[in-house]
Ligand binder design. Structure first.
Ligand SMILES: C=C1C[C@]23C[C@@]1(O)CC[C@H]2[C@@]12CC[C@H](O)[C@@](C)(C(=O)O1)[C@H]2[C@@H]3C(=O)O
Ligand SMILES: O=C(O)CCC(=O)C(=O)O
Ligand SMILES: [Fe+2]
Length: 355
């Protein structure tokens, strides 16, 4: 048993890159940005949170427990099935079942996952679900995520004073929009204590630090902690802060494309997952991207609004590109790369001030 554990630890050490424990790591406590989607003034709060933090927790979201519970149970059942059965749905390229390997450029994590493409309002035939029951649960869940994505993106437009209200939402969940949506189911097994004993001050990387390339991501997790976000202080230094898990809520994360479309007002937040010592973490993430031919550039009304009386309109901080071009570049990059850097025209302002 001990020998097996040692072998497992050695094998894992070989494969998993390490994240150093941050010098200061704290919980948000009361400072976590939370938006009650049903409250008056929610649009203003959404914009505030996206500008200050690049993410927020959503409560009063209207998604039934059953919708979440059914997909989570299917995910747990799939990840608990024999390795050969899971491997039959892999390797992820990029869709399908993947284990430890993230993307195709050498990134590794302490996780297994199922990446499923979405076509319109349901899973795409291009990435078949492992079972009809998982497919049905995923389709129901995708419907709920699309409704939430619409609500949030409409609030972003409203809160920024952009018309029409659906300017951003229609790119991702518009009727007939050939948008680029993904559903990701992640399973982070507990990180064996032996492994952690061997590496004081280190914790295995569940999912390495990165920003999400799309407009928004909507994340749900079970009650196992692990997600951390990078918050910056005025000097530009960052601190990793743990986001307490809450299975009754969702987290909305600003992606690179929304950062560009708001000309840097909203910031895609860097985040990562540290594997838990004792418990499995299961997360389900909906990624809302636009059609491949969508031009990713600041919304015109924001540039005009950014100019003072008699001044020229605000300049875009980014070179122009389409989502298809960005996505192609993203898939050639390493997970932790700053994928927007090659498109910057001038340095962005400091983001994500500490709470
Ligand atoms: C290393 C990579 C994995 C990723 C594609 C990439 O080359 C860089 C971006 C990664 C990411 C992060 C957010 C999502 O989890 C994801 C599906 C995406 O769209 O971009 C992953 C990609 C992936 O796992 O294939
Ligand atoms: O599993 C999580 O909690 C986050 C995963 C993530 O950031 C991603 O899949 O892009
Ligand atoms: Fe992410």
């Amino acid at each position: 048993m001990v020998v097996l554990a040692k072998q497992a630890a050695a094998a894992a050490l070989e494969q998993i890159s390490l994240v150093r424990s941050p010098s200061v790591e704290d919980n948000f406590g009361a400072g976590l940005p939370v938006v009650d989607l049903a409250a008056d003034g929610a649009a203003r709060e959404v914009v505030r949170a996206c500008e200050r933090f690049g993410f927020f927790k959503v409560v009063s979201h209207g998604v039934g427990e059953g919708v979440v519970g059914r997909l989570e149970a299917e995910a747990v059942r799939f990840f608990a099935s024999p390795q050969a059965a899971k491997d039959a749905h892999g390797p992820a390229s990029p869709f399908g079942y993947g284990s430890k390997r993230i993307g195709r450029n050498g990134d590794m994590g302490w996780l297994e996952y199922l990446l499923l493409a979405i076509d319109g309002a349901s899973l795409s035939r291009a990435s078949p679900a492992p079972s009809p029951s998982l497919r049905d649960a995923a389709n129901e869940y995708v419907g709920a995520m699309r409704r939430m994505a619409r609500t949030v993106l409409e609030m972003v437009a409203e809160g920024l004073g952009v018309a029409p209200r659906g300017a951003l939402a229609d790119m991702v969940v518009g009727d007939g929009a050939a948008s680029d949506q993904i559903l990701r189911l992640n399973h982070y097994p507990p990180c064996p204590p032996l492994l952690q004993n061997l590496m004081p001050n280190c914790s295995p990387t569940g999912f390495g630090e990165h920003t999400d390339p799309q407009l928004i991501s909507i994340l749900h997790s079970n009650s196992t902690s692990g997600l951390q976000v990078a918050l910056h202080d005025a000097g530009g230094d960052h601190q990793w802060v743990t986001v307490p898990p809450d299975p009754a809520s969702f987290l909305v994360i600003v992606g690179d494309s929304l950062q560009v479309m708001t000309n840097g007002r909203m910031r895609s937040v860097r985040h990562r997952v540290v594997a838990n010592k004792l418990k499995s973490r299961v997360s389900m993430i909906y990624f809302g991207g636009p059609p491949l031919e969508q031009r990713i550039a600041p919304l015109r009304q924001l540039l005009v609004a950014g100019a003072g009386d008699g001044e020229e309109e605000e300049q875009s901080r980014y070179e122009e590109f389409t989502w298809g071009e960005y996505k192609k570049a993203a898939y050639l990059s390493r997970l932790g790369d700053n994928r927007l850097a090659p498109f910057h025209r001038q340095p962005p302002p400091v983001a994500n001030p500490l709470v």
